[in-house]
Design a protein around this ligand. Structure first.
Ligand code: SF4
Length: 412
């Protein structure tokens, strides 16, 4: 890794520098040679003849040629960091190398990429999470996140058949913001999260999902499974699977997806969502001979205090298409990066009755409005990767899909 991130990356197809850039470089070269000439002439004016022991040694620049500047900078940088351990170590990228932060894909980051590639770039390079609902301010977003997470954890605890006090404790421990924070408009608070979990407990006690058992993997319940798909060119797709259940008689696999909604739950919101399709990749790891499965969206409406269930069947073909779309996204990012242009989809600058947070900065130079890539950031990414227990390679997935398609006679 070795080029300033703010320096435009080299296009995938080798391109020649524009005349303006060449002109600028020529001027810089001219000024360097002028200063060097003047220095030499001043030496010659005082010493007309050079005795052998005064012949100048070749400089490091002469020996190393064009690489000398970079090598000297690297050595100086290392010495500076060693002398000042508190300084932040900035990682230099190779020419044409994509910042690894831009290679981390998830369901929500892909949504941002599709809405506005420039926003995706700025989010990723600033180490931000995608906004759950851009209409909400930060505090409300924290409540939204805490609510969704706490209800999800509580529901998983119910499915694991934990006793009531443990379910309450799990829900409490997963509440990630101030206990008294609340969003009155959407009826989201810790108390309402607990109420939702207790509603779910009543449903289960009354026979909801009684034909299914929670799947166990290596003695652990298949809940909140963290998985990643390693993709070509260093890209990776990551996700979490809420819970996997198995029908007691038929062995049919049911993926439970817990959602909360502040408005009425609508089938079209979830029917073709790529999120559930991404789950199939980990299911292949968990369950042998899986061809199709059902995703059951269990949506809690905060305004009606009711759960709505929406089952959708997913086929082998849909999974194959999802994988193809995933690869297309990685190609798109590489293309944008090769031009050093992430398109600005201006039609989405005003979304959900709110201006994009980059409305006044996205036209500025990327190096000015983003954080540099640091050694610390890379280490954090490596550490975060350890959470994803189930890792699948894209090529293996494709081979499995083709084998299944052939055995089942399905066209993929
Ligand atoms: S302000 Fe508009 S163009 Fe700029 S990053 Fe946001 S959505 Fe994209």
């Amino acid at each position: 890794m070795s080029v300033e991130r703010s320096t435009p990356a080299t296009p995938a197809t080798p391109a020649t520098a524009s005349p303006a850039v060449e002109a600028l470089r020529a001027r810089m070269r001219a000024s360097t040679s002028t200063s060097s000439t003047s220095s030499t002439s001043s030496t010659s004016s005082t010493s007309k003849r050079l005795s052998p022991d005064l012949i100048p040694m070749p400089s490091i620049d002469d020996v190393l040629g064009e690489d000398s500047d970079q090598i000297q900078i690297d050595i100086a940088e290392r010495e500076r960091l060693e002398a000042n351990p508190h300084l932040i170590e900035v990682v230099q990228l190779e020419e044409g190398e994509i910042d690894p932060r831009l290679k981390l894909l998830s369901h929500s980051s892909r949504q941002t990429l599709h809405k506005c590639p420039r926003k995706y770039q700025l989010y990723r390079l600033n180490g931000k999470q995608e906004v759950i609902n851009p209409k909400e301010d930060t505090q409300k977003q924290e409540v939204t996140f805490a609510f969704g997470h706490a209800v999800g954890v509580g529901m998983q605890s119910v499915l694991e058949k934990k006793d009531e006090s443990t379910v309450i404790m799990d829900t409490f421990l997963s509440w990630s913001t101030d206990l008294l924070d609340y969003n009155p408009k959407q009826k989201k608070s810790f108390a309402s999260a607990l109420f939702a979990v207790q509603r779910f407990q009543v449903l289960v006690n009354n026979g909801f999902l009684e034909e299914y058992d929670l799947l166990y993997m290596d003695g652990k319940p298949a809940v909140e499974l963290a998985f990643q798909v390693t993709l070509p060119d260093g890209f990776v797709y990551r996700g979490f699977l809420d819970a996997v259940l198995e029908h007691k008689l038929t062995g049919e696999i049911l993926v439970l997806e817990n959602k909360t909604s502040s408005s009425a739950a609508v089938s079209a919101t979830f029917k073709n969502s790529g999120q559930a399709l991404g789950y199939s990749v980990v299911l292949d790891k968990l369950v042998s001979n899986l061809s199709s499965y059902t995703v059951l969206y269990c949506v809690y409406e905060t305004k009606s205090y009711e759960f709505v269930e929406m089952p959708f069947s997913k086929s082998l073909l849909q999974r194959a298409l999802w994988l193809q779309e995933l690869i297309i996204d990685t190609h798109l990012i590489q293309l944008y990066d090769s031009y050093d242009v992430y398109p600005m989809h201006g039609e989405n600058c005003y979304d959900f009755f709110r201006e994009c947070e980059y409305i006044n900065t996205c036209t500025m130079d990327t190096g000015v409005v983003t954080k540099p890539l640091t050694r610390d950031a890379i280490e954090k990414m490596e550490k975060a990767a350890e959470v994803y227990t189930y890792s699948v390679d894209f090529r293996d997935l494709i081979a499995e899909q083709i084998a299944k398609g052939e055995s089942e006679g399905e066209v993929i």
